[in-house]
Design a binder for this molecule. Sequence first.
Ligand code: SF4
Ligand code: SF4
Length: 181
Amino acid sequence: MAKKWKHLLGFRCTCCGNCCREPIVLVTDQDIKRIMKHTDQEAKDIVNFYKPSEIEWSKSKPGWIKFKKGRRIMGLRRNEDGCQYLGSDEMCKIYEHRPITCRRYPYNVEFNGKGQVDFLSISDSVECPYELDGENDPEEIKALCDWEEEEENPYNDLVDKWNESEKSKGKKQFLKYLGFD
Ligand code: SF4
Ligand code: SF4
């Protein structure tokens, strides 16, 4: 039976910039390291810590960090126009070094028992005026998802360990804990 999602492999971004303006992009310590290498920014200027009221990210999902002021989640720092790396030409200023989430976007992917793409959809988190005259390789999409998982899992483990500590701590200490002075 033909897979109903196959046509979505033709996704082509029209560079409208909506997905860089609207959502908060969650990042890991590895994303920060890559960005730091290619900018002169410190970790504290790359990220921000967002309150549950600022993001549609369930409290039951991983990544919430326990601070003395309450739970926060780490994402790319934004300015009044959205992501701080979105240029006035709607292009990403750190494209080669952007977080993995940005690379995998807008695909949501499910895999079968053999690790093959079983289902694929286009995120509807923002209005995305895409075209379907492109070409995307499911193997490349899978490799991105694997990469994302390889970095997210250890990061979430670090967050869990941090959260287990009873000490009352703040954002500066958290970045230090991740290895950023
Ligand atoms: S890092 Fe680049 S691709 Fe990711 S949200 Fe920001 S501008 Fe967009
Ligand atoms: S919202 Fe869709 S079309 Fe617009 S920049 Fe993002 S992926 Fe591309």
